[in-house]
Structures are given as C-alpha cells and as structure tokens.
Design a protein around this ligand. Structure first.
Ligand SMILES: [Zn+2]
Ligand SMILES: [Zn+2]
Length: 252
C-alpha cells in the first residue's frame, strides 16, 4: 500500500490568498500546502480521501489517472469543493465512482451539488454513487473502517484502511474510535499549529500526545497552518511523529 499526501494544509491553504499570515514565505517548499487530501494505492485499487479546492491541481501534480473510490471525511468546503473535478475520471472510466461518507455529509452534498443527483441531474455532471458508511467495508484488497471523531460538534469520520488510519479535522477522538485505530502501522492526524489551543482542531502538542498514547509506530501530521515551518517545528517532534508535506509518499 502506498499513501501519497495530495495536500497537507489547513482550510485556507498555505500560502494564504492575499498574503495573509506573517510567517510565510519560508523558502522551504515543504511549507507550501494545498488543502488536506490523500491518495491510497494498493495492488488492486486507487482511493482518494476528500476532493478539496485544489483537487484538479493535485491529480495532475501527483499523476492520478484512475480513481476507484472516494472517501469523504465531512462536508466542509476545504474537503469537498473540488468534487466537479471528478468529471474527467467518470468520462475516462465510463462508470460512476463509488463514494462513502457520513449521513450528514451525504445529505449536504446531495443538497449543495443537487445538479449531480436524481431526476434533475445535469448531463455530463459527476456520476457519484454516494453512500453512507457506518460499518467496515471490504473493497477489493482494502478493509475500510469508518473512524468517527468530533470536530466541535460537526461529525467527521476518518478511515482505517488496512494498517493505515487517517484522521483529519478532529478535536476529540472517542475511546471507541481509539480502539479502532490501535494497532495501525501509520496514523495520519490533524495538527493545526503549535499554539494556542483551537476549538475544532488538535494542536501539534495535542496530536503528539494522542499518537504517543495510541503507540502508533509512525504518525504524520496534516491540516497544518502557515504559521508552522518545517525547519522550526520538525526538530521539536519525537521520533514517532513527523510533519507531512505535499507529495510525500509513504509505503506501508
Ligand atoms: Zn478541514
Ligand atoms: Zn472541517
């Protein structure tokens, strides 16, 4: 299995439009961050997690040619805004693309992108077979388990795919979900900034604490703000936690 980070940035991306954010630019390409998204490849399948605003650019940059499934963590714009850019994949693959998410996100996508669904579907729009996932699902060589987490009252799911657990936009991870994550070889976890505390996201020290508690051999942090510079923060992390960066690939 191969995990590629398509993007590792927080909701505004890094650098931010208009030059907002005084810490940027750093001159280190690892500090350029498209919105958080990932690509999982196995012998039998190609799965994308979230399709944010830079999804078209991410597919071109990482060379994605085929998508068998899309997993949506939640309905926030930084995770779904690029949904229309699944169209060329539907055209090339000549079939609908299965997708899985929460019930709330399914309803939101049906509402916001109503032209893609039902009797009023616009010809040529994305053919997405959008389902709710509440139980583990076997898809080819992947066992996909939803990981419910709390993003300050917004329900979000992460996904465990075989030995990889992927959790973004979490502030609280319930004990039941921690049990589902335990035993993973790699954990992806949101870590917004070093400080101060944030109402909807883990800070980096909070993410490190959780990664340590769960005894995961390697954790990669994503959904990172422009105030976090690799050269400054990486030396402060323990050996089992790293800052992810765009286009980093990890073999599991
Ligand atoms: Zn987000
Ligand atoms: Zn969010």
């Amino acid at each position: 299995m191969k995990l590629t980070f398509l993007g590792t940035g927080t909701s505004m991306g890094v650098p931010v439009a208009g030059g907002f954010g005084k810490r940027f630019p750093s001159g280190d390409s690892r500090d350029d961050r498209y919105r958080t998204s990932a690509w999982i490849q196995t012998d039998e399948t190609s799965i994308v997690i979230d399709t944010g605003p830079e999804f078209r650019l991410q597919t071109l940059r990482s060379g994605i040619k085929h998508i068998d499934m899309v997993l949506y963590t939640h309905h926030h714009t930084d995770h779904i805004a690029g949904i229309d850019d699944l169209r060329p994949f539907c055209y090339m693959q000549k079939t609908s693309i299965p997708a899985y998410t929460t019930r709330e996100c399914q309803e939101f996508i049906h509402r916001r992108f109503d032209y893609m669904f039902g009797s009023g579907k616009t010809p040529g729009s994305v053919n997405l077979d959008l389902n709710v996932i509440e139980e583990p699902l076997q898809f080819r060589d992947c066992t996909i388990t939803p990981l419910p987490v709390d993003h300050n009252s917004v329900p979000v799911i992460g996904f465990r795919i075989n030995d990889l657990s992927y959790v973004t936009d979490a502030k609280i991870i319930p004990e039941k979900t921690k049990e589902l994550i335990r035993g993973s070889k790699v954990l992806v976890l949101n870590g917004l900034r070093w400080e101060p505390d944030h109402p909807t996201h883990f800070t980096i020290p909070q993410a490190v604490e959780l990664a340590t508690e769960l005894e995961i051999p390697m954790t990669y942090l994503v959904h990172i703000s422009g105030y976090v510079l690799h050269a400054e923060v990486s030396p402060k992390l323990p050996d089992h936690v790293r800052l992810a960066y765009d286009q980093l690939s990890v073999d599991l």
